[in-house]
Ligand binder design. Structure first.
Ligand SMILES: [Zn+2]
Length: 267
């Protein structure tokens, strides 16, 4: 039993064979957190969670989707509709596809920051952890998370830095803030060995980010799926000198703890 803490089974990539993929996932004993990136996909993730015992949902507005605008009330209503929404995400900052021109760039960053902070507030109001997407935006991400915690000292902001790709120094900043690191198939493309060797096992979550980032052992033309999370577990086990089961059990416990998954008796 393992938990893929970041999947997008609600995306179009699965429209032709979603039921088959869900069946394989269930039969392999994989639990998934299906992550929304805007209101529509958050609703779809919630529906998928409602229809499948081993699926949980996360709702949020991805930084590259900010043109839609963030309506907190709509999301809060959605959260009320299902007890399987267990996180806010993915939310954060993505400066990769930035517009040209200094003024435009600043405006673009400012809007992402505002929407990110607004969603941290929603997470606080709903008492949910956050799934953070951050790309080319390390300093601003740390600053926002740190300031939010300082401004709300009676609240413990918590969550995961999904698809972590930084240095060990950067990782430590997130760990100090009480965040977990989400490790996925990108570890077969970028060298994150130092981070994985140094990171305490009780701060690691495993994920696929499927349909993207297929682990290399499955071949580069294969669409990613939750069952491929086993490759991530295997590589972490190899780097930390542990068994597959030790890493599977610990990362499952970490995910259960962070996302307060209590009622799934098969875990
Ligand atoms: Zn994602």
């Amino acid at each position: 039993m393992v938990i893929d803490t970041h999947s997008h089974l609600n995306f179009k990539a699965y429209d032709n064979d979603r039921n088959e993929v869900l069946k394989k996932t269930r039969e392999a004993g994989v639990i998934c957190i299906d992550v929304g990136v805007n209101f529509e996909t958050s609703k779809n993730a919630t529906k998928l969670a409602k229809d499948n015992e081993n699926i949980y949902a996360s709702m949020g507005l991805h930084p590259t989707e900010t043109k839609e605008g963030f309506d907190a009330e709509k999301y809060k209503q959605l959260a009320k509709s299902s007890n399987k929404i267990i996180a806010i995400g993915e939310v954060g900052l993505d400066y990769y596809y930035k517009p040209k021109g200094t003024a435009k760039k600043e405006l673009f960053k400012e809007k992402q920051k505002q929407i990110f902070i607004a969603q941290l507030k929603t997470a606080q109001e709903l008492n949910l952890p956050v799934i953070v997407h951050t790309r080319m935006a390390f300093n601003d991400t740390v600053e926002i998370l740190k300031n939010y915690s300082l401004q709300n000292i009676n609240y413990k902001l918590t969550g995961v830095i999904h698809c972590f790709v930084g240095t060990w120094q950067e990782a430590q900043k997130y760990l100090e803030l009480g965040f977990y690191l989400g490790i996925n198939g990108i570890i077969f493309k970028l060298n994150l060995d130092e981070v994985i060797k140094n990171c305490p096992l009780d701060k690691i979550l495993v994920e696929t980010d499927c349909p993207y980032l297929t682990p290399v052992p499955e071949g580069k033309d294969t669409r990613n799926e939750p069952i491929f999370v086993k490759h991530i577990i295997k590589k972490i086990a190899d780097l930390q000198g542990l068994s597959f089961d030790q890493v599977a059990i610990s990362t499952t416990q970490n995910a259960k703890k962070l996302f307060k998954i209590k009622n799934y008796e098969k875990i």
